[in-house]
Design a protein around this ligand. Sequence first.
Ligand code: PXP
Length: 240
Amino acid sequence: MTLLGVNVDHIATVRNARGGSEPEPVYAALIAEQNGADSIVCHLREDRRHITDRDVKLLRQVVQSGLQLEMALNEEIIKVALEVKPAEVMIVPERREEQTTEDGFDAVKNADALKKAAERFKEAGIGLSVFVNAAMDQVEAAHKAGADIVELHTGPYSHAEGADAIDKALDAIETAAHCAWELGLDVHAGHGLNYHNVERLLRQVPVEKVNIGHSIVSRAVFTGLENAVRDMKNIVASAG
Ligand code: PXP
Protein backbone atom coordinates (compact mmCIF):
# COMPACT_ATOMS: atom_id res chain seq x y z
CA MET A 1 0.00 0.00 0.00
CA THR A 2 1.31 3.43 -0.91
CA LEU A 3 2.05 5.71 2.04
CA LEU A 4 1.30 9.42 2.32
CA GLY A 5 3.88 12.01 3.38
CA VAL A 6 2.35 15.41 4.16
CA ASN A 7 4.42 18.52 3.48
CA VAL A 8 3.68 21.35 5.95
CA ASP A 9 5.74 24.11 4.26
CA HIS A 10 2.72 26.13 3.24
CA ILE A 11 1.35 26.30 6.76
CA ALA A 12 4.60 28.16 7.48
CA THR A 13 4.13 30.25 4.32
CA VAL A 14 0.82 31.56 5.69
CA ARG A 15 2.34 32.14 9.13
CA ASN A 16 5.27 34.06 7.69
CA ALA A 17 2.97 36.26 5.59
CA ARG A 18 2.14 38.07 8.84
CA GLY A 19 5.39 37.42 10.67
CA GLY A 20 3.51 36.07 13.69
CA SER A 21 3.07 32.64 15.21
CA GLU A 22 -0.02 31.28 13.49
CA PRO A 23 -0.84 28.99 11.83
CA GLU A 24 1.67 26.75 13.58
CA PRO A 25 3.32 24.12 11.32
CA VAL A 26 4.02 21.87 14.30
CA TYR A 27 0.31 21.79 15.14
CA ALA A 28 -0.42 21.04 11.48
CA ALA A 29 2.02 18.13 11.51
CA LEU A 30 0.34 16.60 14.54
CA ILE A 31 -3.13 16.97 13.02
CA ALA A 32 -1.83 15.42 9.79
CA GLU A 33 -0.37 12.47 11.69
CA GLN A 34 -3.61 11.97 13.63
CA ASN A 35 -5.54 11.83 10.38
CA GLY A 36 -3.43 9.37 8.45
CA ALA A 37 -0.16 10.99 7.38
CA ASP A 38 2.56 8.33 7.34
CA SER A 39 5.33 10.91 7.57
CA ILE A 40 5.82 14.66 7.68
CA VAL A 41 7.93 16.58 5.19
CA CYS A 42 9.37 20.07 5.54
CA HIS A 43 11.82 21.97 3.35
CA LEU A 44 14.40 24.12 5.09
CA ARG A 45 15.30 26.48 2.26
CA GLU A 46 18.49 28.49 2.22
CA ASP A 47 16.40 31.70 2.33
CA ARG A 48 14.11 30.32 5.12
CA ARG A 49 11.09 31.61 3.24
CA HIS A 50 8.70 29.25 5.00
CA ILE A 51 10.11 26.61 7.36
CA THR A 52 12.65 27.92 9.89
CA ASP A 53 15.39 26.23 11.90
CA ARG A 54 13.11 26.43 14.94
CA ASP A 55 10.35 24.58 13.06
CA VAL A 56 12.70 21.78 12.02
CA LYS A 57 13.93 21.29 15.58
CA LEU A 58 10.43 21.25 17.05
CA LEU A 59 9.08 18.98 14.32
CA ARG A 60 11.90 16.55 14.95
CA GLN A 61 10.93 16.42 18.62
CA VAL A 62 7.20 15.95 18.21
CA VAL A 63 6.68 14.06 14.95
CA GLN A 64 6.34 10.37 15.65
CA SER A 65 5.75 9.00 12.16
CA GLY A 66 9.12 10.10 10.77
CA LEU A 67 10.33 13.53 9.68
CA GLN A 68 11.71 13.95 6.19
CA LEU A 69 13.83 17.06 5.76
CA GLU A 70 13.91 18.36 2.21
CA MET A 71 17.08 20.36 1.55
CA ALA A 72 19.66 21.55 -0.93
CA LEU A 73 23.16 20.14 -0.88
CA ASN A 74 24.40 23.16 1.01
CA GLU A 75 26.93 22.95 3.85
CA GLU A 76 24.93 25.13 6.25
CA ILE A 77 21.80 23.04 5.80
CA ILE A 78 23.75 19.75 5.89
CA LYS A 79 25.02 20.80 9.34
CA VAL A 80 21.45 21.44 10.52
CA ALA A 81 20.43 18.00 9.25
CA LEU A 82 23.33 16.26 10.96
CA GLU A 83 22.45 18.01 14.23
CA VAL A 84 18.68 17.46 14.06
CA LYS A 85 18.89 13.93 12.63
CA PRO A 86 15.56 13.56 10.80
CA ALA A 87 14.53 10.06 9.75
CA GLU A 88 15.45 10.99 6.18
CA VAL A 89 16.79 13.86 4.16
CA MET A 90 15.63 14.49 0.61
CA ILE A 91 18.07 16.30 -1.64
CA VAL A 92 16.61 18.83 -4.04
CA PRO A 93 18.13 21.58 -6.17
CA GLU A 94 17.33 25.12 -5.07
CA ARG A 95 17.12 28.39 -6.90
CA ARG A 96 16.32 31.53 -4.93
CA GLU A 97 13.98 32.97 -7.53
CA GLU A 98 11.87 29.82 -7.98
CA GLN A 99 8.36 29.63 -6.50
CA THR A 100 8.83 25.96 -5.65
CA THR A 101 11.30 23.22 -6.52
CA GLU A 102 11.22 23.21 -10.30
CA ASP A 103 13.50 20.43 -11.42
CA GLY A 104 15.03 17.21 -10.17
CA PHE A 105 18.44 17.24 -8.51
CA ASP A 106 21.07 16.44 -11.14
CA ALA A 107 22.61 13.34 -9.59
CA VAL A 108 24.80 12.76 -12.66
CA LYS A 109 26.41 16.20 -12.66
CA ASN A 110 26.71 16.39 -8.87
CA ALA A 111 27.74 12.77 -8.30
CA ASP A 112 30.86 13.51 -6.23
CA ALA A 113 29.21 16.02 -3.89
CA LEU A 114 26.22 13.69 -3.47
CA LYS A 115 28.45 10.74 -2.62
CA LYS A 116 30.38 12.74 -0.01
CA ALA A 117 27.17 13.96 1.63
CA ALA A 118 25.68 10.45 1.45
CA GLU A 119 28.59 9.11 3.51
CA ARG A 120 28.00 11.76 6.20
CA PHE A 121 24.27 11.04 6.36
CA LYS A 122 24.90 7.31 6.52
CA GLU A 123 27.34 7.74 9.39
CA ALA A 124 24.69 9.78 11.24
CA GLY A 125 22.03 7.11 10.65
CA ILE A 126 19.92 9.36 8.41
CA GLY A 127 18.19 7.83 5.38
CA LEU A 128 18.89 9.48 2.02
CA SER A 129 16.32 10.25 -0.64
CA VAL A 130 17.20 12.10 -3.84
CA PHE A 131 14.56 13.97 -5.82
CA VAL A 132 15.28 13.27 -9.48
CA ASN A 133 13.64 13.65 -12.85
CA ALA A 134 12.12 10.43 -14.16
CA ALA A 135 15.19 9.32 -16.11
CA MET A 136 17.19 6.11 -15.75
CA ASP A 137 20.59 7.81 -15.71
CA GLN A 138 19.47 9.98 -12.79
CA VAL A 139 18.14 6.99 -10.85
CA GLU A 140 21.35 5.04 -11.47
CA ALA A 141 23.53 7.97 -10.41
CA ALA A 142 21.55 8.48 -7.20
CA HIS A 143 21.90 4.78 -6.41
CA LYS A 144 25.63 4.82 -7.15
CA ALA A 145 26.12 7.80 -4.83
CA GLY A 146 24.49 5.92 -1.95
CA ALA A 147 20.80 6.89 -1.96
CA ASP A 148 18.27 4.62 -0.24
CA ILE A 149 15.30 6.20 -1.99
CA VAL A 150 14.61 8.16 -5.15
CA GLU A 151 11.68 10.53 -5.24
CA LEU A 152 10.53 10.81 -8.83
CA HIS A 153 9.51 14.28 -10.01
CA THR A 154 5.82 14.16 -10.92
CA GLY A 155 5.67 17.80 -12.05
CA PRO A 156 5.78 16.92 -15.77
CA TYR A 157 2.86 14.50 -15.21
CA SER A 158 0.89 16.94 -13.05
CA HIS A 159 1.28 19.74 -15.56
CA ALA A 160 0.83 17.65 -18.72
CA GLU A 161 -2.11 18.61 -20.92
CA GLY A 162 -3.82 16.16 -23.26
CA ALA A 163 -3.96 12.37 -23.22
CA ASP A 164 -0.71 11.79 -25.13
CA ALA A 165 1.36 14.09 -22.94
CA ILE A 166 -0.10 12.55 -19.77
CA ASP A 167 0.61 9.00 -21.01
CA LYS A 168 4.15 9.94 -21.96
CA ALA A 169 4.86 11.50 -18.56
CA LEU A 170 3.41 8.46 -16.75
CA ASP A 171 5.42 6.04 -18.90
CA ALA A 172 8.63 7.90 -18.04
CA ILE A 173 7.80 7.66 -14.31
CA GLU A 174 7.02 3.94 -14.69
CA THR A 175 10.30 3.20 -16.50
CA ALA A 176 12.34 5.14 -13.93
CA ALA A 177 10.51 3.42 -11.04
CA HIS A 178 11.26 -0.05 -12.44
CA CYS A 179 14.90 0.89 -12.85
CA ALA A 180 14.99 2.02 -9.18
CA TRP A 181 13.23 -1.12 -7.92
CA GLU A 182 15.68 -3.31 -9.80
CA LEU A 183 18.51 -1.50 -8.04
CA GLY A 184 16.84 -2.14 -4.67
CA LEU A 185 15.77 1.45 -4.04
CA ASP A 186 12.47 2.56 -2.56
CA VAL A 187 10.50 4.83 -4.88
CA HIS A 188 8.65 7.92 -3.74
CA ALA A 189 6.90 10.44 -5.97
CA GLY A 190 5.88 14.04 -5.57
CA HIS A 191 5.25 17.48 -6.93
CA GLY A 192 1.95 18.86 -8.09
CA LEU A 193 -0.03 15.79 -7.02
CA ASN A 194 -3.62 16.50 -6.06
CA TYR A 195 -7.03 14.93 -5.38
CA HIS A 196 -7.63 14.49 -9.11
CA ASN A 197 -4.35 13.15 -10.48
CA VAL A 198 -2.83 10.97 -7.76
CA GLU A 199 -5.06 7.94 -8.32
CA ARG A 200 -4.12 7.57 -11.98
CA LEU A 201 -0.42 7.78 -11.14
CA LEU A 202 -0.69 5.11 -8.46
CA ARG A 203 -2.77 2.76 -10.59
CA GLN A 204 0.05 2.71 -13.17
CA VAL A 205 3.02 3.09 -10.80
CA PRO A 206 2.29 1.94 -7.21
CA VAL A 207 5.24 3.68 -5.56
CA GLU A 208 6.04 3.23 -1.87
CA LYS A 209 5.12 6.79 -0.93
CA VAL A 210 3.77 10.04 -2.33
CA ASN A 211 4.71 13.37 -0.77
CA ILE A 212 2.00 16.01 -1.09
CA GLY A 213 1.78 19.56 0.24
CA HIS A 214 0.14 22.33 -1.73
CA SER A 215 -3.11 20.61 -2.67
CA ILE A 216 -3.71 19.36 0.88
CA VAL A 217 -3.07 22.77 2.46
CA SER A 218 -5.24 24.43 -0.21
CA ARG A 219 -8.15 22.09 0.48
CA ALA A 220 -7.67 22.50 4.22
CA VAL A 221 -8.56 26.19 3.93
CA PHE A 222 -12.10 25.10 3.06
CA THR A 223 -12.55 21.72 4.71
CA GLY A 224 -10.13 21.78 7.64
CA LEU A 225 -6.81 19.96 7.71
CA GLU A 226 -8.29 16.84 9.30
CA ASN A 227 -10.64 16.26 6.36
CA ALA A 228 -8.07 17.30 3.76
CA VAL A 229 -5.53 14.76 5.00
CA ARG A 230 -8.12 12.01 5.52
CA ASP A 231 -9.56 12.46 2.03
CA MET A 232 -6.10 12.29 0.43
CA LYS A 233 -5.12 9.31 2.56
CA ASN A 234 -8.23 7.43 1.41
CA ILE A 235 -7.43 8.04 -2.26
CA VAL A 236 -3.77 7.07 -1.86
CA ALA A 237 -4.45 3.98 0.24
CA SER A 238 -7.09 2.63 -2.09
CA ALA A 239 -5.21 3.35 -5.33
CA GLY A 240 -1.64 2.38 -4.50
N1 PXP B 1 8.42 16.63 -3.32
C1 PXP B 1 9.34 17.60 -3.52
C2 PXP B 1 10.73 17.22 -3.78
C3 PXP B 1 9.00 18.96 -3.45
O1 PXP B 1 9.93 19.90 -3.65
C4 PXP B 1 7.68 19.30 -3.17
C5 PXP B 1 7.31 20.74 -3.04
O2 PXP B 1 7.84 21.26 -1.86
C6 PXP B 1 6.76 18.27 -2.97
C7 PXP B 1 7.15 16.94 -3.08
C8 PXP B 1 5.33 18.57 -2.69
O3 PXP B 1 4.83 19.22 -3.81
P1 PXP B 1 3.39 19.88 -3.77
O4 PXP B 1 3.47 20.98 -2.75
O5 PXP B 1 3.20 20.36 -5.16
O6 PXP B 1 2.44 18.81 -3.33
